[in-house]
Design a binder for this molecule. Structure first.
Ligand code: ZN
Length: 243
């Protein structure tokens, strides 16, 4: 069984298409949230996901602000501009699709949260301290998160009191058959680890393996659509830097 794990698609159609192509045949898709926000293709990405449909699908902070479930004042000015642009493009069907999503769930003995198990909307699991604190907030052996836009793995060994945390590079494959793990596939639509290629992961449950993958996509085409949409220049520029 092969499961495609995606997060932080951020309305980037070209990156999502590249990821779906590169992933090949999969048995299920797990979406960890932030389908919309920042990018130029919110409607296309929502409708593509609705057509899949993912076996796990979470709402992220950008999804919730775009539908008015959280206050836009939580965002910095650039994210506010992109969110207002996004909100104006969503129909009542798109809004209902996003409103129906949980921010945390648990399926088949695995926990899922957009940010962290303890604060699924806003917290970043981005170092060993935040990982260590979060292992106390879920019961299952494995937890998948997104939100940081950086592929990573945190591990808590049997009897261990402190978690190890490390960012993952392209083509890193981890055996996660033993110990407890918080795993992050990185961002499809707006990577922030200096590698501008779209990030995703393949999870194989038996035996449990987590593989990070990167795929190049046509960044200038997305940047042109963002310019046509009048989205903020810094958000356009960062796609090419992967930061
Ligand atoms: Zn995000």
């Amino acid at each position: 069984m092969r499961i495609l794990v995606v997060s932080d698609i951020h309305a980037n159609r070209t990156a999502l298409e590249a990821v779906l192509d590169a992933a090949g045949e999969v048995d299920a898709v797990w979406n960890l949230g932030d389908v919309v926000g920042y990018g130029p293709d919110p409607v296309w990405c929502l409708e593509r996901l609705a057509a899949l449909p993912p076996a796990v699908s979470l709402a992220g902070n950008h999804d919730l602000v775009a539908v008015g479930a959280l206050s836009i004042t939580e965002f910095n000015p650039l994210a506010q501009i992109a969110t207002r642009w996004t909100a104006a493009r969503l129909s009542s069907t798109h809004r209902a699709q996003l409103m129906a999503l949980p921010v945390r769930s648990s399926v088949a003995g695995v926990t899922f949260a957009h940010g962290s198990p303890s604060d699924p909307v806003w917290e970043y699991v981005a170092d060993s301290a935040s990982a260590t604190a979060n292992f106390a907030h879920f019961e299952t052996r494995l937890c998948f998160v997104g939100h940081t836009h950086v592929p990573s793995a945190a591990c808590l060994g049997a009897g261990g009191t402190g978690a190890t945390f490390r960012p993952l590079r392209s083509e890193d494959t981890l055996s996660v058959e033993n110990d407890r793990w918080i795993l992050n596939p990185g961002s499809v639509g707006q990577p922030r680890d200096g590698d501008p290629r779209a990030a995703f992961a393949i999870f194989e449950p038996e035996p449990a393996r987590f593989s990070v993958r990167r795929v190049a996509y046509d960044i200038p085409a997305v940047q042109q659509r963002m310019r046509d949409a009048g989205l903020p220049t810094p958000l356009i520029a960062r796609l090419a830097r992967g930061r």
